[in-house]
Ligand binder design. Structure first.
Ligand code: ADP
Ligand code: ZN
Ligand code: ZN
Length: 668
C-alpha cells in the first residue's frame, strides 16, 4: 500500500509537496529526503505522512495546499530517505512554522536554518587548558548579589536579566543556574556571541560539565555538527553552548535558556530567515515553560525598556568580584592633536609598559586609511561596484572595498582633475600599528583584525600569547571588545570613539555607547588601577560622555526619549524591505510597487518610510532601494506585510530580489 509523504524545501515557497513512497514509510517525519523537483533533485524535509492520496494534486510535484485544477494526478515517487533517524520532531516543526510566520519566510527556509546541515565555516581551533581562564579552580562562594540572582533564576519560570558591569560575576551565576537545572534532570541552552566568546565559554563549560556539554561553533564540519546534534537529541548532552543557531538545538526537557551578551549584533541573522535568537529563545522558553536569563553590562534598548516596564525581571550585579574596580575613564580630545595618538595616550602607554603591564588599543576601522579625497575638485574614490569609499591597505599596496572585496591600485593623482592635492585621509588599524611601532620601537605590538587573522588558529594564538604576556600592546577592531579576560591589561585606549556615531541608522548611538562601555570593561579587570582613555573629535557629545561616565541610566533616558519622539523601536516595530537589482530602474519600480501595495493595507497609525535609496545604495553591483513599514502592533503590521508581499509576488519582476527583515537591527 503506497504511502504519501509531505515535504517542504529550503525555497521561498509557502506550500508543502506530496510524494509517494512504496516501501514502508513509517516514522519518516523528521527525516530528510531526496525528491524530484522540476528537473532537479532536491533535499527536502518530511513534515507529514498519510495513507490517503492527496485530495487535490497537479501534475508535477503535486500541490497539497492551494487551489487545484484537476483531481487526476500522478504523485511522484520519492527518490530516497536520507536520514536513518529523525533529525527533528513536532516541536521543531511547530517552531519552524512560527519562524516562517514571524519572519515572513517559508517554513522550509526556517527549518533549513534550524537543522545542523549548515555550510562549512572558517575553522577555529580550541584553546589549550592552561591558556584559558582559571575557570575550574576551587568553587567560589557566591556574593550576596549573585546568590540572590541565582535564587530568582532557579525559583520561577520567567524572564530575567542579569545586569552588571564586566567582571561582576555574571558567568558564575549562569553556570550555577545551569547546574541547578541539570541536577533537576532538565537541559540548558547557553547562547554566546560569535567566535571568540564561543570558544572561551565552551571551554569553561566543557571543563565543568564534561560530556554532558555539547558545543556548536562555525569551525565545525557538517558531520561534527550532526553528531553533536544527535547527542543532544538523545539526551546524552544536556547543556548546549553555541552562537545564535544553538537556540534551535533539540534539547530535551528544556529547563533554562541563557543569553550571554544579549546586546550583541550577532544574535540577529544576516540572511533569510533573519531571525533574532532572543526572540526565538523567548518563544521556545514560553512554549515549554523554561526559564530564560539574559545578561550584559549594556542591554539593548529593547531589553532596557522591557525591564523598565517590569516585563523582564532585572537582577543587578553592582560590584566587581575579581578585585578590580571600575576603571578611571577619561575623554581625550583629538581636535587639535594633529596625530592619531595624542600625547596623553602615548604617555599612558609608556607608563603602563614601565609598570610591566599591557595595553589594548581599540579602533573599529581596519586598513591604513579609509577615505580618498581631492582637495582641488572634491573627487572621492569609490568602489567600482559599491557606493562606498575604498580603504587604503598599505601592506597589500591596494585600495580595497570592505563590502565586496574589489581592489585596485590607488591613483597617483586625482583621476578627475589631475591634481596631486589628492590622497587618503582618516586612520585605520594599519596606520595606528605603524604609528605605535614608530613611537615605541622597544614595545611589542600585535594587530588583530580580519586582515591579520585570516589563517586558521591565528586569533586564538594571538589571544593566548597576549594573555601569557607575549607582547605589550594588542591593537584591534571589535574582535578585542568582546568579553575576554586579560589579567595583565591596565590601559585601554579607544583610538577614535566617533566611528559609526553618525551612520544614518537609529541604532548608531546605542552601538557606539555599548562599544565604548564594553571596551572600557577590559581594563583593570583584576587590578584596581585600570585606566581607559577615549579619544574623540566630539568630547562633548552626550553619548560619548555618558559612555565614559558608565552612566547607562542617563544614556537610556536620553536615547529612549529621542526614540519615542522619532517613533523608532522599542516604541514601534519595523519591517525593513530592500529591493535589489543589477538594474536601478527595476529596483526602483519594484520598491514603488511594493510601497503602493503596502500603503493600502497598513493598519491605522502605521506608516511607511520611503521608498528611498538605501544608505549603502549599491553593493557588489546591486542597486538597493528600501521601504520601512512602521507600526505599534506587530500582528497587524505582519498581516499587512504578508498580504502586500503575496500581491507583489503575483506580478513580480524576476530580476529583482527582495530582502525582508522583521525587527531589523540595521537599516543600512
Ligand atoms: P562577567 O561575566 O560579569 O564579566 P565573570 O563571571 O567573568 O564576570 O567574573 C569575573 C571574575 O570574577 C572571574 O575571574 C570570576 O572567576 C570571578 N568571580 C566570579 N564570581 C566570584 C565570586 N563569588 N567570588 C570571587 N570571584 C568571583
Ligand atoms: Zn580632483
Ligand atoms: Zn565594493
Amino acid at each position: 500500500m503506497p504511502r504519501y509523504l509531505e515535504l517542504i524545501f529550503n525555497l521561498p515557497l509557502q506550500q508543502a509537496f506530496t510524494y509517494r513512497i512504496d516501501e514502508k514509510g513509517e516514522g519518516c517525519i523528521g527525516k530528510r529526503a531526496a525528491a524530484p523537483f522540476g528537473r532537479r533533485e532536491l533535499t527536502g524535509f518530511i513534515i507529514g505522512e498519510t495513507d490517503t492520496p492527496p485530495a487535490f494534486c497537479m501534475n508535477r510535484p503535486s500541490l497539497t495546499k492551494g487551489k487545484a485544477e484537476s483531481a487526476s494526478c500522478t504523485v511522484k515517487p520519492l527518490r530516497r530517505v536520507v536520514d536513518k533517524e529523525p533529525l527533528f520532531g513536532r516541536d521543531e516543526i511547530e517552531l519552524s512554522a512560527w519562524i516562517a510566520n514571524y519572519y515572513l519566510c517559508s517554513q522550509g527556509e526556517a527549518l533549513a536554518v534550524m537543522l545542523p546541515t549548515g555550510r562549512r565555516g572558517i575553522s577555529y581551533s580550541g584553546f589549550s587548558a592552561d591558556e584559558l581562564d582559571r575557570a575550574s579552580s576551587a568553587p567560589l562562594s557566591l556574593s550576596p548579589e549573585q546568590e540572590a540572582a541565582l535564587q530568582a533564576i532557579t525559583g520561577s519560570q520567567q524572564i530575567f536579566y542579569l545586569f552588571g558591569i564586566t567582571g561582576s560575576g555574571k558567568t558564575e551565576v549562569f553556570l550555577r543556574a545551569a547546574e541547578h537545572y541539570l541536577h533537576a534532570g532538565k537541559s540548558v541552552i547557553y547562547l554566546v556571541p560569535e567566535i571568540a566568546l564561543t570558544v572561551q565559554t565552551a571551554f569553561t563549560i566543557k571543563q565543568r560539565f564534561g560530556t554532558l556539554a555539547a558545543t556548536f561553533h562555525s569551525g565545525m564540519t557538517g558531520s561534527e555538527r550532526l553528531s553533536e546534534w544527535m547527542r543532544i537529541k538523545h539526551g546524552e548532552a544536556r547543556i548546549v553552548v553555541g552562537p545564535r543557531s544553538a537556540v534551535f538545538a533539540p534539547a530535551q526537557n528544556l529547563g533554562l535558556v541563557i543569553i550571554d551578551e544579549e546586546h550583541d549584533g550577532s544574535f540577529k541573522s544576516g540572511s533569510t530567515p533573519r531571525y533574532h535568537a532572543r526572540q526565538a529563545a523567548m518563544r521556545r522558553a514560553a512554549r515549554c515553560g523554561a526559564a530564560l536569563v539574559m545578561g550584559s553590562a549594556t542591554p539593548s534598548a529593547e531589553a532596557w525598556k522591557l525591564m523598565a516596564e517590569g516585563r523582564i525581571k532585572r537582577l543587578d550585579l553592582t560590584r566587581r568580584l575579581s578585585g578590580g574596580s571600575p576603571p578611571e575613564i577619561k575623554i581625550v580630545s583629538l581636535a587639535h592633536s594633529g596625530n592619531c595618538l595624542t600625547d596623553e595616550l602615548k604617555t599612558a602607554i609608556r607608563e603602563t609598559a614601565l609598570a610591566g603591564r599591557q595595553t589594548i588599543l581599540f579602533l573599529n576601522r581596519r586598513g591604513f586609511a579609509y577615505f580618498y579625497h581631492c582637495k582641488e575638485c572634491g573627487y572621492e574614490l569609490l568602489c567600482k561596484h559599491c557606493s562606498v569609499s575604498l580603504t587604503w591597505h598599505k601592506a597589500r599596496g591596494r585600495a580595497v572595498c570592505h563590502y565586496c572585496g574589489y581592489q585596485t591600485f590607488p591613483p597617483v593623482a586625482c583621476p578627475d582633475c589631475g591634481s596631486v592635492e589628492a590622497g587618503f585621509t582618516g586612520f585605520g588599524t594599519e596606520m595606528i600599528e605603524e604609528e605605535v611601532k614608530r613611537t615605541f620601537p622597544d614595545l611589542r605590538v600585535r594587530r588583530l583584525d580580519t586582515d591579520s587573522v585570516q589563517k586558521k588558529g591565528a586569533l586564538e594564538e594571538a589571544l593566548s600569547s597576549f594573555r601569557a604576556g607575549g607582547f605589550d600592546i594588542l591593537l584591534g577592531t571589535q574582535m578585542v571588545a568582546k568579553g575576554l579576560n586579560f589579567p595583565g591589561v591596565r590601559l585601554v585606549g579607544v583610538v577614535f570613539a566617533d566611528t559609526g556615531l553618525h551612520l544614518p541608522d537609529f541604532r548608531a548611538g546605542e552601538r557606539t555607547f555599548s562599544l565604548i562601555v564594553q571596551v572600557a570593561g577590559r581594563a583593570g579587570r583584576f587590578f584596581p588601577d585600570g585606566k581607559v582613555l577615549v579619544q574623540t573629535l566630539r568630547p562633548r557629545d552626550p553619548i560619548i560622555a555618558h559612555a565614559c561616565a558608565l552612566n547607562i541610566e542617563a544614556f537610556f533616558k536620553a536615547e529612549l526619549k529621542q526614540r519615542q519622539e522619532q517613533r523608532f523601536p522599542p516604541f514601534t516595530r519595523l519591517i525593513h524591505i530592500v529591493a535589489r537589482s543589477r538594474d536601478p530602474g527595476r529596483a526602483d519600480n519594484a520598491i514603488h510597487r511594493l510601497s503602493a501595495l503596502s500603503e493600502k493595507l497598513l493598519p491605522a497609525g502605521a506608516d511607511i518610510l520611503g521608498p528611498a535609496e538605501c544608505p549603502l545604495s549599491i553593493i557588489a553591483g546591486n542597486h538597493r532601494r528600501h521601504i520601512i513599514l512602521r507600526g505599534t502592533d506587530m500582528a497587524l503590521l505582519h498581516s499587512a506585510a504578508r498580504r502586500a508581499l503575496t500581491l507583489y509576488e503575483e506580478g513580480k519582476d524576476a530580476r529583482v530580489y527582495l530582502e525582508v527583515d522583521v525587527d531589523p537591527v540595521s537599516l543600512l
